[in-house]
Design a protein around this ligand. Structure first.
Ligand SMILES: C[S@@+](CC[C@H](N)C(=O)[O-])C[C@H]1O[C@@H](n2cnc3c(N)ncnc32)[C@H](O)[C@@H]1O
Length: 253
């Protein structure tokens, strides 16, 4: 049975979709992430998520990184990881993850597909990390249950406290007259976890890394053709900058 918090999450997330008529005239897919934007830094950022994963890994252990992208979460704790499984639904992300792992001497395998569908293939590990994926998910309970079931010691989830695209909501109104519901928050995710019987530890912090936000990138996200870039640049100057407010959710299993 779906709880109130899970229904609220699903409603808020569904309201963030792009209507088919706008998607149909988009010159480029607004959803696809560029692996270059997700390359892991050589020296990992010192974050509460890294601290939590290191504490769970202890002297060492195995890891599953759900929505691994370029491997930021895995490589931040690589020296404690005996073996990592990177799961992602984008093949080019997994290629980048595997190439970077080989260069860093980290033993990994990759599983292509959407979580939780591919959870059986991923198996179990001591620690499960999942960074910046929850805001992509509509049906949260099965996603979270599968994270818990895959972890022998604990789970570390990192997310922005608001949807990563919420800062563009005024531009959706301006260019498409599309009014979005408020963003789901980390509090909403915690409420869903509580409905599942999990009370995570929550740490709030400011992210240093700045994801892309240049006019060309925003123009594609807004499903507009490249010749609208100057207009988008002018409009962008009027909106508050992208928030860096992040939350780390940690629970033992
Ligand atoms: C915003 S990126 C974050 C990548 C990386 N975790 C990081 O923090 O740099 C989200 C990644 O999750 C992947 N993803 C989103 N939903 C997914 C799902 N249900 N199952 C597997 N991968 C997913 C996307 O393909 C993308 O590579």
């Amino acid at each position: 049975m779906t709880g109130t918090a899970a229904r609220r999450w699903a409603e808020l997330q569904s309201g963030r979709g792009v209507p088919p008529e706008i998607l149909a005239q988009a010159p480029a897919d607004p959803w696809v992430h560029n692996p270059v934007d997700f390359a892991a830094p050589v020296v990992p950022a010192d974050t509460p998520s890294r601290d939590a994963a290191l504490a769970l890994l202890g002297e060492g252990g195995t890891l599953i990184d759900v929505g691994c992208g370029g491997g930021d979460a895995t490589f931040a704790v690589a020296d404690r990881v005996r073996h990592a499984t990177g799961v992602d639904r984008q093949r080019d992300m997994l290629e980048r993850y595997a190439t970077d792992a080989a260069a860093r001497g980290v033993a990994v395998r990759t599983v292509l597909g959407g979580w939780p569908d591919v959870a059986p293939e991923a198996g179990t590990a001591d620690v499960v990390v999942c960074h910046h994926v929850l805001h992509n998910v509509v049906d949260l309970p099965p996603f979270l249950r599968a994270l818990t079931a895959a972890a022998r010691r604990g789970v570390v989830v990192e997310m922005l406290t608001r949807h990563p695209m919420a800062w563009l909501d005024p531009l959706w109104v301006r260019f498409h007259d599309l009014h979005r519901p408020p963003s789901a928050t980390d509090d909403d995710a915690v409420a869903v976890l509580r409905e599942l019987g999990v009370t995570p530890e929550v740490r709030h912090w400011e992210r240093e890394r700045t994801p892309p936000h240049d006019p060309a990138w925003v123009t594609r996200r807004l499903c507009l053709p490249t010749d609208r870039e100057p207009e988008v640049a002018a409009a962008l100057a009027q909106v508050p900058p992208r928030s860096r407010s992040a939350a780390t959710l940690i629970w033992r299993t």
